[in-house]
Write a protein that binds this ligand. Structure first.
Ligand SMILES: C[S@@+](CC[C@H](N)C(=O)[O-])C[C@H]1O[C@@H](n2cnc3c(N)ncnc32)[C@H](O)[C@@H]1O
Length: 241
């Protein structure tokens, strides 16, 4: 098993290409492919990169927004400096992290939020998928708080229970929502990216917390127990497994 993983790792063309192009992670090519297809960032934009470590997406975002843009990356782990980006260490489920994110753009709304956030994988698909859903919901929650009307949001999700609820929550807030599987995602991978564009202005979009909507949906499906999480805070997430 370890041998097979090693051989695949060695053969991985995206890993080689990342190394040759100076990107810190092969995942940089996923954002490049999302950007080529859907144009979620523009020159001069302010972009938040959620779950940015080790910095591959941040490098791509800096290239796309140019020297007049502002890229802020946040992760639980410290990321080595990326020229042209501001990097924060913090848990995006915490209010203090969201305050720091807002402050790093001078209190102004952002143009785009790109999120490759992912839990530390346990290898148990259902658990990993559930935690990933919660993190994606938190990224959506942050996006509706900090984006300009018309702004874009990208998030990673794993196929499985509840993903439709996430898609629905996005559709209530963005006029364009598509699933996209970059070629750079591994063939065997069940990951998919949700690309959301054109956030609807406040008066016209559903108010309320996307995390709560998704938690209620999971409750109806019998996946979350009834009566739990009555007072869930959007900045904390909804999972009780
Ligand atoms: C797949 S990696 C991101 C790779 C990155 N996009 C790149 O190209 O270098 C996912 C990241 O999400 C981060 N993460 C997970 N939970 C988080 C949380 N609650 N707050 C902030 N970051 C989190 C992890 O620490 C991890 O570094």
């Amino acid at each position: 098993m370890a041998k097979r993983w090693y051989q695949e790792h060695q053969r991985d063309p995206w890993r080689r290409q990342a190394k040759n192009s100076g990107y810190r992670a092969r995942s940089a090519f996923k954002l490049k492919q999302i950007q080529e297809r859907h144009g979620v960032m523009r020159l001069g934009d302010s972009v938040l990169d959620v779950g940015c470590h080790p910095g591959g997406w941040t490098q791509v975002a800096v290239e796309e927004v140019g020297s007049n843009g502002n890229v802020v990356g946040v992760d639980l782990h410290a990321t080595d400096p990326v020229d042209g980006a501001q990097l924060l260490v913090g848990d995006v489920r915490k209010g203090e992290t969201i305050e720091a994110i807002i402050e790093r753009n001078g209190g102004q709304p952002y143009n785009a939020v790109v999120s490759d956030i992912s839990p530390r994988l346990t290898g148990r698909y259902d658990t990993d998928q559930a935690i990933s859903l919660e993190l994606s919901a938190v990224a959506l929650e942050i996006s509706v708080k900090i984006l300009k009307p018309g702004g874009s949001f990208v998030t990673k999700a794993f196929q499985g229970t509840g993903i439709e609820l996430l898609v629905e929550a996005c559709k209530k807030r963005f006029s364009f929502v598509r699933r996209f599987s970059p070629v750079a995602s591994r063939n065997s991978s069940s990951e998919v990216y949700l690309v959301c564009k054109n956030m609807v202005p406040l008066g016209k979009r559903l108010k309320g917390s996307p995390s709560l909507e998704i938690a209620n949906g999971l409750r109806k499906l019998g996946i979350l127990p009834d009566g739990d999480d009555e007072d869930v805070s959007p900045a904390v997430g909804f999972r009780r497994i």
